[in-house]
Write a protein that binds this ligand. Structure first.
Ligand code: SAM
Length: 284
């Protein structure tokens, strides 16, 4: 039997030795998850002895994290916007920066309106963007689209968890391809893969060694998907397009929107002051 506080200290030291940026915080999260308690309880129960069964649950999680597997995959959930989402290995963990995309969409979709609004979320991953918009606006109907089976399964799971089955269709295929031509799309939203191929190897291990290339690799200059999606959205959408972009990509993506007839083209900064989202409307 080892007291909880000692296990916490040892876990923190191990995670620090593996280069984890916030080892104390993560040790608390892993321990709380393994014991099925809230993080605060760790301090209220600090001298409680842990048995072999509890330690047996914790050890494999700590070992996974020590190999730099994303924490959210180990915990199985992640907070995004107002939601708690399931996230499974093989699916990109939604980032706080992506909430900028959700906020930009909510600014354009009125509250307290009964008229249905159709949103296509291209490259849905966990479903984060489309589901956050649907959860905040009851009149929204979403097409959550991806080409990967793991993201689609994860999105389906989140649709169920959130009880959004009546308003979200989960579709497999590239870009807007899987939305039948007769179905209306008002807004296209997307956080597509946008890291330039050569930069991927320089990302932190969670990204370069674990998260799927399909979710990250945007080709030579990172702009491959925008070149395909912007013209497709210009043809299909009735109202406009909102795109998350990588560092220094906003001017290039803005130009693409200008070239394809979007108006009011503008950029939106994330909380770190980086231009993170490019938006444009289509004339009625
Ligand atoms: C950067 S992740 C974004 C996931 C999620 N929207 C989020 O913000 O957390 C990009 C997603 O796009 C998907 N994807 C890549 N190429 C695609 C394509 N041509 N059509 C549809 N989805 C694609 C990937 O499988 C991945 O789930």
């Amino acid at each position: 039997m080892i007291p909880l506080v000692e296990v916490l200290t040892k876990t923190e030291a191990y995670l620090r030795s593996r280069g984890i940026p916030s080892p104390r915080f993560e040790a608390e999260q892993l321990l709380a998850h393994a014991l099925g308690i809230e993080r605060l309880q760790i301090y209220l129960q600090h001298d409680r002895p842990l048995g072999e069964e509890e330690l047996g649950r914790l050890r494999p999680m700590v070992a996974r994290r020590g190999k730099r597997e994303p924490l959210a995959w180990i915990l199985g959930t992640v907070g995004f916007h107002a939601l708690e989402l399931a996230v499974t290995p093989g699916v990109l963990v939604p980032r706080p920066d992506t909430e900028t995309l959700v906020e930009a969409a909510l600014a354009w979709i009125p509250e307290n309106d009964d008229e249905p609004v159709y949103v296509a979320d291209v490259g849905c991953g966990t479903g984060a963007v489309g589901l956050a918009i649907a959860a905040a606006r009851p009149q929204v109907r979403v097409f959550s689209i991806d080409i990967g089976e793991a993201p689609l399964a994860c999105t389906r799971e989140n649709v169920k968890r959130l009880g959004l089955e009546q308003r979200v269709a989960v579709l497999r295929g590239p870009l807007l391809g899987p939305v039948p031509p007769q179905r209306p799309i008002d807004w296209v939203v997307s956080n597509p893969p946008y890291i330039p191929t050569a930069d991927l190897a320089r990302c932190e291990p969670e990204v370069s060694e674990w998260e799927p290339k399909l979710a990250l690799d945007g080709g030579g200059d990172g702009l491959d998907i925008y070149r395909q999606l912007v013209p497709e959205a210009a043809r299909r959408a009735r109202k406009g397009l909102l795109l998350e972009v990588g560092i220094r990509q906003a001017p290039h993506v803005k130009r693409l929107l200008d070239e394809h007839g979007f108006v009011d083209v503008s950029t939106h900064d994330d909380l770190g002051g980086i231009p993170r989202v490019v938006t444009g409307r289509l004339r009625p």
